[in-house]
Design a protein around this ligand. Structure first.
Ligand code: F6P
Length: 352
């Protein structure tokens, strides 16, 4: 069997652990299987850039961040655009898959990656996918790998700003990744003891945040920690059509700091943006186990020739779900989600 593997979209912790899991399980079950590493995600498939992997390349990478295959973003909306030779990227990928005489592809990626994986599958390519994204917004799986590691990094930042915020009696705004889905901010905020958590799913109002900060000050807690997702919007911003939400180069955190600074006369406000720190470094042990289990599942799907499926976590089991039920959907935080109610009951303000 000849299997191609690629990692696509933004990187995250656990990609190498998942590749290793697939490789270990496949080499173990099929001694003469050939694994090919496709370079830089779909870009390598479009350009026909791949190489046969030496089994030793999968050793020692369980805890390595990044991806040994490289990755890139190839937006789904461009894959059907024709180039100067009147050839679109989807056709190029299908042609290269056939030219390479692959039996199947293992594709690791998030929401955009899954749309393309589904399109490849519908064009006759044998595809098995693994759910990767720190944003945890892939449909069809309870968690995606990378999420737990990103939350750990983000929580580390919240922990660290606590002591400096307390020492100076300041308000600290920590802006975390997540444009449309606030899972990282919600989990990191709860685990890092944030007083206020602002999410893309719940537009916030300044008037509901200020009393929280004032009350803490009156109670003798002279500092406050705000965890804000990069995609969080005020109620006013959210009411505008998308095109009119001009950020002028600002970020959600910097906009909030600006207005808090104007309103809080006697308290300093500071901003911390950990950015890609959240996607770097070692995967957590939980992610390493998760990735290894997902890798074993991908190998099982290949051995059983069950293609067009994503390995997924449902409850405590690793299952598989059809790609067409995943592609094109996004799992944002549902408004009636239990964890939101629990956050509120813990006294955390969601800026509503
Ligand atoms: O999708 C993962 C993610 O980290 C988002 O949370 C973030 O908005 C985006 O990628 C950042 O993208 P890039 O790495 O291309 O700057």
């Amino acid at each position: 069997m000849k299997i191609g593997m690629l990692t696509s979209g933004g990187d995250c912790q656990g990609l190498n652990a998942a590749l290793r899991g697939v490789a270990k399980a496949l080499y173990g079950a099929l001694p003469d299987v050939e694994l090919y590493g496709i370079q830089d995600g779909y870009k390598g498939l479009i350009e026909g850039s791949w190489r046969i992997m030496d089994p030793r390349e999968f050793s020692g990478i369980l805890r390595e961040g990044g991806t040994i295959l490289g990755t890139s973003r190839q937006p789904y909306k461009t894959i059907q655009d024709a180039d100067e030779n009147n050839m679109d990227k989807l056709t190029m990928m299908v042609n290269n898959y056939r030219k390479g005489a692959f039996d199947a592809l293992v594709i690791l990626g998030g929401c955009g990656t899954h749309k393309t994986a589904n399109a490849l599958c519908q064009a006759g390519v044998n595809v098995v996918t693994l759910p990767k994204t720190i944003d945890n917004d892939l449909y069809g799986t309870d968690y995606s790998f990378g999420f737990d590691s990103a939350v750990a990094k983000a929580a580390e930042v919240l922990d660290a700003v606590h002591s400096t915020a307390a020492a100076h009696g300041r308000v600290f705004v920590v802006e975390l990744m997540g444009n449309k889905a606030g899972w990282v901010t919600l989990y990191a905020g709860i685990s890092g003891g944030a007083d206020i958590i602002l999410l893309p799913e719940i537009p916030y109002s300044l008037e509901s945040i200020l009393p929280v900060i004032e009350k803490r000050n009156n109670d003798g807690k002279h500092f406050s920690i705000v965890a804000i997702a990069e995609g969080a919007l005020t109620k006013e911003e959210a009411a505008l059509p998308k095109k009119e939400r001009k950020s002028g180069g600002s970020t959600s955190g910097s906009r909030l700091v600006k207005v808090l600074d104007e309103r809080l006369e006697h308290q300093d406000v500071r901003l911390a943006i950990p950015g890609h720190f959240q996607r770097g470094g070692d995967p957590t042990p939980t992610d390493r186990v998760f990735c290894s289990r997902l890798g074993a599942k991908a190998a099982e799907l290949i051995l059983k020739k069950k293609f067009g499926r994503m390995a997924a976590l449902q409850g405590t089991s690793i299952v598989s779900v059809p790609l067409e039920t995943v592609a094109g959907k996004q799992k944002t935080i549902p408004p009636d989600c239990e964890i939101l109610a629990q956050a509120r009951s813990l006294g955390i303000s969601l800026g509503e």
